[in-house]
Design a protein around this ligand. Structure first.
Ligand SMILES: Cc1cc2nc3c(=O)[nH]c(=O)nc-3n(C[C@H](O)[C@H](O)[C@H](O)COP(=O)(O)OP(=O)(O)OC[C@H]3O[C@@H](n4cnc5c(N)ncnc54)[C@H](O)[C@@H]3O)c2cc1C
Length: 352
């Protein structure tokens, strides 16, 4: 039996793919309901469709434009050649669980993994397993229990759903508020507004809400930890595998974890034996590049952001941003540097 801990999107997708390979799969989820509580903004590039089928009713909106602000409210408008999708995370997680069940995977809900690898403790019960997959999120108990936690670091994501005014097909990004802030249109009149920050996320969120300069009414609040990618982490050891947030597979620029996590689930199901090597080959390079960019941006001050937004405003630079998905910076970073060599000046922040 393969035990998967965590019925998030990544664990559910791995369960479906492994069950389709006639493996005996059982998913343990500590919550009683899949998909809740929601801790996500649900904005993804269309790249996700190359990995997994998304049911129509999971997509609640599509955005065709992005407005990027510097902390001093300079802004540029970017057309998204391929519109980004805004998804309902609870429905998405549940639809993946349904597909996994259809493929033959079993689910045990309200079942918390407490430790072990070949003999695992779930609640008060013990199970003998052949392989153990940790898909249990950023603070992974599977990683902790199997000495695979490493020295991982986190940012905190904090968001509200609020009634306010905005353009229905435009996402707003605010650089330099925390790590960055966003307003993502969910439906007519309701937006997801949030920040990611190393410290004081609620302070940064209040600043963002003030900067938006509009009236708003908060409907609910969500938040959670987001891991920084750790390229040195051991993610496969003696029949134990980590995927998704539990393996820190998150883009450190945008803190999006859905696309890389789902890609990791597929890589695991394709070949469990060579998972770590294959996944590093497939997504490791881009995750490392994202981390490098984050390390540079961590040293930005408000003037740097103003300057960056100024450079992005140039037509030839903007075109590169408009025509490439942000999932794979390795495909456009060099082009960007060739179009705007002044971007190199930010590279020195890696050293000093
Ligand atoms: C505020 C916020 C906004 C975000 N916005 C975006 C976005 O717009 N786009 C994007 O791509 N990414 C976004 N992310 C990141 C994204 O949510 C994660 O990368 C994604 O959820 C990872 O999926 P996962 O299945 O690996 O882990 P999770 O979704 O964290 O699922 C882990 C599951 O494991 C369960 N679990 C944990 N411990 C145990 C245990 N001991 N026993 C049993 N079950 C357990 C949990 O209950 C949970 O169901 C955001 C994150 C935050 C915090």
């Amino acid at each position: 039996m393969i035990a998967i801990v965590g019925a998030g999107p990544v664990g559910n997708f791995a369960a479906e793919l492994l069950a389709k390979k006639n493996k005996d799969v059982i998913v343990f989820e500590e919550h009683k309901k899949v998909g809740e509580p929601i801790q996500c903004t649900g904005i993804v590039t269309q790249e996700i469709k190359n990995i997994v089928k998304i049911k129509k009713d999971v997509i609640v909106n599509k955005v065709k434009k992005a407005k990027i602000f510097s902390p001093n409210k300079k802004s540029i408008d970017v057309k998204l050649t391929k519109p980004n999708l805004i998804i309902d995370r609870a429905k998405f997680d549940r639809s993946l669980a349904e597909r996994a069940k259809k493929a033959g995977a079993k689910f045990v809900l309200g079942a918390r993994y407490r430790g072990g690898n070949k003999k695992i403790s779930i609640g008060n019960k013990k199970y003998n397993v052949k392989a153990l997959v940790g898909a249990d999120g950023p603070a992974s108990s599977v990683a902790k229990s199997n000495d695979m936690y490493g020295n991982r670091k986190f940012v905190v994501g904090s968001q509200v759903r609020a009634k306010t005014k905005f353009e229905h097909d435009q996402v707003e990004f605010w650089l330099g508020i925390g790590e960055f802030g966003w307003l993502v249109p969910e439906s007519k009149g309701v937006a997801r507004i949030g920040v990611v920050a190393y410290r004081n996320p609620s302070g940064h969120l209040n600043r963002l809400l003030k900067n938006l300069g509009r009236k708003y009414k908060i409907i609910d609040r969500q938040g959670g930890l987001i891991p920084l990618y750790d390229p040195k982490l051991t993610i496969q050891k003696k029949g134990v595998y980590l995927i998704g947030d539990s393996a820190t597979q998150v883009k450190a620029t945008t803190f999006g974890g859905l696309v890389p996590g789902l890609m990791a689930a597929k890589t695991l199901a394709d070949d469990m034996q060579h998972y770590e090597k294959n996944v590093k080959k497939k997504i490791g390079r881009d995750l490392r590049l994202n981390l490098l960019i984050r390390n540079v941006m961590d040293k930005f001050d408000e003037k740097d952001y103003d300057e960056l937004v100024g450079m992005f405003a140039k037509d030839h630079v903007r075109k590169v941003i408009e025509t490439h998905d942000r999932d794979f910076p390795s495909k456009f970073m060099l082009k960007l540097l060739l179009k705007e060599p002044r971007l190199m000046k930010f590279g020195k922040k890696l050293v000093f």
